[in-house]
Design a protein around this ligand. Sequence first.
Ligand SMILES: C[S@@+](CC[C@H](N)C(=O)[O-])C[C@H]1O[C@@H](n2cnc3c(N)ncnc32)[C@H](O)[C@@H]1O
Length: 199
Amino acid sequence: MRQKKLKFVSREMLFEQGVYEHVPKINLDKPIHMEIGSGKGQFICTLAKDNPNIQFIAVEMNMSVCYRILEKKINMHLDNLIIILANIETLFEEFPRHAVDRIYLNFSDPWPKARHHKRRLTYPRFIKNYLAMLKNDGLLQFRTDHLDFFNDSLEYLEPFFKKMNIDRNLKESNYMTEYEEKKRKFGPIYQVIAEVNND
Ligand SMILES: C[S@@+](CC[C@H](N)C(=O)[O-])C[C@H]1O[C@@H](n2cnc3c(N)ncnc32)[C@H](O)[C@@H]1O
């Protein structure tokens, strides 16, 4: 779902309204769930509304799209949602280690050309960083409509995770992104939930 560039949105305006540029101090007493590449934020905002005791973090690098998450946060009064405007790659060093319970990747860019595969958010260089952020009983949940991207991602994940729960025809739920709502009309949605389970 494309978002036109919003001319009235600037980085300064987002930061003034509480969007972060870096990882802020996070209350580690609460469970932490983060979504990387949140898009317009429907998935994480709905989860945050229904789970006030969980601290949610949305990371999105596109300014106009990020504004759409901020609108939802304000309208839905979500005190438990932190929004970070940044490329996740610039934040890895800043996150406390092994503090995150769940990472969600929803309809990440599939980068279909082989020479671009290393840009995929499921690529091993990203997975290594996710594992440094996730708790020992943490989960990584990845959802897409792109079959090749899904199958390749299972191969990337397999060496790092002991258990993977795979669904090749995910049912509709209350927690769907803007992309998922759009893509469902055209075919199955694939999901894997990978468990760290390092014990
Ligand atoms: C295809 S869209 C999907 C958006 C949303 N997850 C959905 O399902 O509707 C991918 C989103 O990920 C964001 N993104 C891609 N790479 C990113 C990165 N390295 N760090 C943060 N956001 C990223 C893009 O800006 C874009 O909004």
